[in-house]
Design a protein around this ligand. Structure first.
Ligand code: FAD
Length: 480
């Protein structure tokens, strides 16, 4: 009897425990991806959907090279799986776990209904270094502080990654049956008019082979110096592996072991760089632990006192932020990079998020939602957990009263203004010291650079000092 592999956030052949176990069963394997309807948990949108599409196509190609194929169907997972099982006479379904509450609830229901039909279900960890429930404090409660979480996490063992299945017999889905759940054309996320993915296509290669190449490049080129350089905006200072991790084109275990091998072999990059990079993977684990234990993470303040925050509802300011028209160059450059490429550097994410939440006093959920639509790596754990961290409402959050100054942030992390000039060509002729604060330039300097403030580039939509006082006042109102 054949078995089914249900792919989800694990769109790869290597280190895929579900696929590996199914192939080891020694019977024909059917590979399935299900586009579940919106409303049953959070689904990828916009840029992440574009990424998903490329990843599905790449996985299909990889499977075809091995005699298989990926069937992509649309509909409710429970219905599709039970009908497929009946149609094929399948004996088991394999999948890798997901951690959001809606997804977990669905999986529990699916497991029960399949088992009631006499079908086995097998779930594995395909995404995390360690399962969230295996890392808890002595009292059994989940950790709320990253340092303690990471210390405990590091005491556990990270399983070595699995190879791609050596040999596997695949079975296709009968065509007539597949047509019942055909992929609806409305879901096609490759945009035409306007073609908002043009720059993304130029910037990214999607899928497993591209993810592994990206990892190799990072290990060879940028890991050395990562600890010191990772905050710089004006160069390639981080791995850019986040969309690959999000879609599961590569796994955290693969990264972990690639780093550990270098550590043991005493290779080029220093231990400090490797430890720093590992701790960033630790933040991902921490976010997933919060998603698992404290959801709905994208809706609920982890610190309930923030429920009373007097957020401003200002659609104009929100639009200026989204469009990169705030008048603060480092904020605007980052927001335009996000729109064009679907990605933003971590330091820039912190700067723009802080600006929205503190300078504009707009609810972090509005920003989280925009990131959800525009990031290729939009992640159900990392995105809301990081927004709550910046807003101050999260577990182990940045204190609300620590307010980034967008000018000094720009000067510190983009000292020559290269990052700003790349995304804001209208400021391209401004000398470096002025590029992060064009409103302080003299008329002669602005004329020489061809800039008319308020026309070719906006004046700041808020004054830093006033905005800072307003944010502190709002925060004090919570405390009293
Ligand atoms: P690297 O520095 O190379 O890090 C390697 C990997 O570690 C990343 O790919 C990521 O999986 C993980 N990582 C790094 N930093 C963090 C972090 N602070 N928190 C959790 N995991 C981390 N990351 C996402 O993957 N998806 C999101 O939707 C997302 N939204 C964010 C929103 C805000 C407001 C902020 C401040 C951060 C957000 N992050 C998100 C975290 C972080 O900014 C990105 O993971 C990182 O910038 C991705 O680039 P990289 O792969 O080059 O990172």
């Amino acid at each position: 009897k054949p078995v089914i592999v249900w792919f989800r956030d694990d769109l790869r052949l290597r280190d895929n425990p579900a696929l590996h176990a199914a192939c080891q069963a020694g019977v024909p394997v059917l590979c399935l991806y299900i586009h579940e309807p919106a409303g049953e948990g959070r689904r990828p949108e916009g840029a992440a959907l574009w990424w998903l599409h490329g990843s599905l196509a790449a996985l299909d190609t990889d499977l075809r090279e091995r005699g298989g194929q990926l069937h992509v169907l649309a509909g409710a997972a429970e219905e599709i799986l039970s009908t497929t099982v009946d149609n094929l006479g399948a004996s088991a379904v394999y999948w890798n776990r997901r951690y959001d509450p809606a997804g977990r609830d669905l999986d529990t229901g699916i497991k029960a209904s399949l088992r009631a039909r006499g079908v086995e279900t097998h779930s594995s960890n395909g995404s995390l270094l360690r399962e969230p429930w295996t890392v808890s404090s002595q009292s059994g409660a989940p950790y709320r502080v990253f340092g303690a979480f990471w210390q405990a996490h590091r005491q556990g063992v990270v399983d070595p990654p699995l190879p791609a299945p050596a040999a596997c017999a695949f079975t296709p889905l009968p065509e007539a049956f597949a047509r019942r759940f055909d992929y609806p054309t409305g879901l096609e996320p490759d945009p035409q008019r306007p073609d908002w993915a043009a720059a993304m296509r130029g910037d990214w290669r999607r899928g497993e082979a591209a993810g592994l190449a990206c990892l190799q490049d990072f290990l060879d080129e940028d890991l050395a110096g990562y600890a010191d350089n990772r905050d710089r905006l004006d160069g390639r200072t981080t791995s850019r592996l986040s969309p690959y991790l999000r879609a599961g084109n590569v796994s955290a275990r693969q990264l972990w072991h690639a780093l550990s091998v270098r550590q043991d072999g005493g290779m080029a990059a220093g231990d400090r760089d490797i430890e720093k990079f590992k701790s960033e993977l630790g933040w991902r684990e921490f976010s997933y632990s919060l998603l698992y234990h404290c959801s709905p993470l994208h809706e609920r303040n982890l610190q309930p006192e923030f429920d009373a925050m007097p957020w401003r509802r200002d659609s104009q300011d929100l639009a200026a932020w989204k469009q990169g028209m705030t008048g603060y160059p480092v904020v605007d450059a980052a927001m335009r990079q996000l729109w064009a490429t679907g990605w933003m550097h971590n330091r820039a994410r912190m700067i723009v998020a802080s600006f929205l939440v503190k300078h504009l006093l707009i609810d972090w959920r509005d920003g989280e939602r925009w990131f959800w639509e525009t990031l290729v790596d939009a992640d159900p754990a990392n995105n809301p957990a990081s927004w709550q961290w910046v807003a101050g409402s999260g577990a182990d959050a940045a204190p609300y009263f620590r307010i980034f100054n967008p000018v000094t942030q720009g000067e510190n992390f983009d000292p020559e203004g290269r990052f700003v000039k790349r995304w804001l060509p209208e400021l391209g002729r401004l000398p470096a010291p002025l590029v992060h604060r064009p409103w302080t330039a003299s008329s002669a300097q602005l004329d020489a650079a061809g800039i008319r403030l308020g026309k070719t580039y906006p004046l700041p939509i808020v004054d830093h000092k006033i905005a800072r006082e307003r944010a502190l006042g709002a925060w004090r109102s919570l405390r009293s």
